[in-house]
Design a protein around this ligand. Sequence first.
Ligand code: PLP
Length: 207
Amino acid sequence: MLDSSMIDAARVRSNLERIRERVPPEVEICAAVKYVAAGDLPALAEGGIELVGENRAQALLEKQERHRDLFTWDFIGALQSRKVKDVAPNVRLIHSVASDSVLRRLEATPAPEVLIQVNVAGEEGKEGVAPADLTDFIARCPVPVGGLMTMPPFTEDPEASRPHFARLAELAAEHGLERLSMGTSQDYAVAVEEGATIVRLGSILYA
Ligand SMILES: *Cc1c(COP(=O)(O)O)cnc(C)c1O
C-alpha cells in the first residue's frame, strides 16, 4: 500500500455534503476504499466518512490493522471462497455473496450478516445469482441474509441503470429483505430514487 496523501479531508467533507443533498439520512453512504491507501484513511474519517467498503481480503486486513477503530467495515468486492475466513469475522456486512462455494465456507466461518449479489441484467460472465435462482440460494445460505446488492451493466447514462435498480428492489420486496446496496458515483441518485438503503461511492467522494 502506498502511503501518499492523496485524500484531502476538507474536500471529502464538501463532497459528502453535496452528495447528502440527494441522499436522505437513512440511506448509508459506504465509501469504496479500494484505491485509498491505508495512510489516507484518517483523512476520510476526518472528512466525515463512517462506513467503508473494501474489495480485497488482504487490503481489508492491512487497513484494519492500522485503522480498525475509525470506521464500520463492509466487504463489497468479488469474494473468493478461500478468503471467507479472513473476511467474515472482520466485517459488519458482506455485500457480495454470490456462489455456493462461499456459502459452504460461511458455514465454517459465519459472517454476522450478508447481502446476496444478484446479476439482474443476466450479463454473461458477471458475478451474481440469477433472479430465478434467488429463492433457493437464500434458503441455502447459512447466515442471516439482510438484503440484495447489484452492479448493473456499465453505462455512462445513469438512467440506463434505473430498470436494474427497480428490479432489484422488486426482488428484495418479494423475499421480504430490507437492505438494498445499489448505486455508485455515477448513478447513486437514481439508485436512491429506486429505494437504495446503501450506496457505494468511490471517485465522487475523493475528486
Ligand atoms: C469501486 C466500487 C464502487 C465505487 O465505484 P465508483 O464508481 O468509484 O463510485 C462501488 N461498488 C463496488 C463493488 C466497487 O468495487
